[in-house]
Design a protein around this ligand. Structure first.
Ligand code: ZN
Length: 269
């Protein structure tokens, strides 16, 4: 068989071993291999090498810092695609695929494959409430410069009316400055399939985001607390509204914020 015809086949063989052939390419390669002993042997050798690499190269779990960096990237792209959750999911997988490809280039492909597969598995494990993940992802995105507030004001009488005409409900806005949690502003975000109000508060160096949107059920829910990737969150429902408070503040101080919010009635505006 001529070098002219075999050269392109070698690329297809490599792709075949990586499981990346489409149907047309697979047919072309199969037809070539039937007549070309050299390419058939090359393909068999590569498959054998690949399975040996997978079996013999030690598996290394990805470090937590890599996982966090990837999650943050994914969170950012999910937020960018927020209105279309399907698109968000496909980007999510795209990010994983791109990571796998990059790993494969840097590391021998057997080890890269194991690492990428391990990462994919880690991401596919149940992660508890998806909404908690979405809320934290949004909070992280908002911490980037210029993203925290659409309306900058420490005055609840400015922040609350700002949402008029931007949302189909009026979120309660409270200022907790006297208790050490000053309001710094508000913004519109997209969570749980709908536009929501996000209120930003500060406590020392920490930012607290409080997300508010109408709850489907009118039932109140007592606060439940959780932690993910170093961020604490408290979720509750009250007066027909869902509330999610998120911050890198420690759990006790975040809970103080929530208790203060609870105990203070919104003033009539
Ligand atoms: Zn050939």
């Amino acid at each position: 068989m001529s070098e002219e015809r075999c050269a392109p086949m070698r690329l297809l063989i490599q792709a075949d071993v990586d499981g990346e052939l489409d149907a047309g390419q697979a047919a072309a390669l199969a037809a070539h291999i039937e007549d070309c002993r050299s390419c058939a042997m090359k393909r068999a050798d590569l498959f054998e090498l690949s399975s040996r690499l997978r079996a013999e190269i030690p598996y290394h779990a990805a470090p937590a810092s890599l996982r966090q960096a990837v999650e943050a990237r994914i969170a950012a792209s999910v937020q960018a695609a927020a209105p279309a959750s399907e698109r968000a999911v496909s980007r999510w997988f795209g990010a994983l695929g791109a990571l796998g490809a990059r790993l494969r280039q840097g590391i021998s492909f057997g080890a890269g494959f194991a690492l990428a597969a391990g990462l994919a598995l880690a991401f596919m494990l149940p992660r508890g409430s998806e909404l908690a993940g979405d809320v934290i992802a949004d909070h992280i995105r908002a911490l980037q410069p210029g993203h925290l507030t659409d309306v900058v004001s420490t005055d609840q009488h400015t922040v609350k009316p700002w949402f008029n005409g931007r949302l189909d409900y009026s979120p309660p806005v409270k200022d907790l400055a006297a208790d050490g949690f000053p309001l710094v502003g508000g913004r519109l975000d997209y969570l749980n399939g709908r536009p929501v109000a996000a209120l930003a508060y500060r406590h020392a160096q920490h930012v607290i985001d409080l997300y508010v949107w109408p709850s489907e059920s009118r039932a109140d829910r007592t606060p439940s607390q959780g932690e993910r990737n170093g961020y604490n969150y408290v979720h509750w429902a009250d007066g027909g509204m869902n509330f999610w408070a998120v911050s890198d503040l420690n759990a006790a101080e975040l809970r103080t914020f929530v208790d203060l919010w609870h105990s203070m009635r919104p003033r009539k505006i």
